[in-house]
Design a protein around this ligand. Sequence first.
Ligand SMILES: [Zn+2]
Length: 469
Amino acid sequence: MIIDNLMVIIKNGIPPELAPLDIDPKQAFLMLKYLAQLMVVDADLSPKEISYFLLAGRLLGFNNEILNKLWKSARSLLEKDFPQAIVETTNLTTKVSLTKVDETGVTFRLGKALMPKVKIMLYVLKNVHSQLPLKGNEEHWDPLSCTMEKQHQVKFDEGTYLVRAHFEQRLFEDHGIMQIMHPENYAVVSDGGFFDTEKDSLLGSFLNCYVCDNPHIKFYVLHSKSMITDPNIFGIPSFVRSAGQLKFCDFNLIQVASCNKCGFSSNDKEHFKRQKTSESTFSVEEFSKGWEEKIAPLLKKAQDIGDTFYGEERDIQQGILSYDFAIATFEQMASIASNDKMKGTTARKKASMLMTQAELLMESKNRDAAEANLKKTTDTLEPIFESLEGVQLLHTCVLLFQIKIYLNDLQSAGQYMKFLDNYDTDGKLIEGTEEFKELKVSSAKLKATFDDRAILTKEAMTHFHLDDE
Ligand SMILES: [Zn+2]
């Protein structure tokens, strides 16, 4: 109760009636220390709170020097848990805490003012608290070029500025920003723990199956930037060789994790239970209806192969089989999807599995099956095309266009081209948004495909890659 009352006072910054107090200095100091800690329990420190702290401190008989030290050390404690980065300008290199991170830029505190519009290189530090055993010796992510957008002096802290830096380049995974904004996409922490992998380029964790509760599904994550990839004409990567010291892994073969009991399979760790408290994003009860019969023939095949199918050493045929599992899983999910958004998401997942499987089929000289997958992809995506929105819609539009060009279906291709041309004719999209940027990228890709249409057809190509060597 006392804490609640205190919090109300602190957070609202409405001081109760206070008169100078005559308290034992040692007790008074402890009180202040606790107050400083209380200020930051909500991971935020506002000028109102600092102002109240200074007032209380003076009433307790402390001078400004001590008070400033106290609230600043509380602030350091708070910022220690914020993402860290190194900022670099021509005159300065220093470590900062990022107090705000979004898709357009970052905010941090600096001990000096910067020139307006000055160029800043930002190196986001890899998370030291991360439970991932970091391989290699990389302390930070790739540099990200920014400019100083605005700054203002920090209240009660003379000579210190809060700086807003705006990103000047397209964000990629290797900048480390997305990991801060969407940590849930990158964490592989699970109750089941990690297991040792043969290849040091992989990280393996045990996940739990939502459908049958099997706790031992092996899920692999590839260390970022560890492989050189070559995207095919549809943007599906093929894994060429190791980018450095870590052992080569054709991740296309093992990205689909499969439950050896019920056959549920996905390359998305969100589809598995990672922690006791995790909840499935789909209805397990609905999913289970008819699933056993549907998956039985595939499960038989996998069980004939044995443990190899569930490990990191799948050969290309086993890799191809793993996509049959994932495709069946997403079909089942799509059949129970309760709204357009879920339908769209699962259809796109299924399409992505079909397209990666097509790449593997083509490379294993099974051209007919590979091209049949392209057709299945359009059959999957066209019915839901109209219900998609924003970035997803743009991605899908380009993919469908590329497939139509490959299959010589120029009439349909033309429709997707027209769709993109008319996407924002009245200029409603706001510059700088993801959708705006994606429209530019998608239009450029579509135009490049259109310009090269003569060499991107199935007659002209020997596989899904343009061979320039
Ligand atoms: Zn299962």
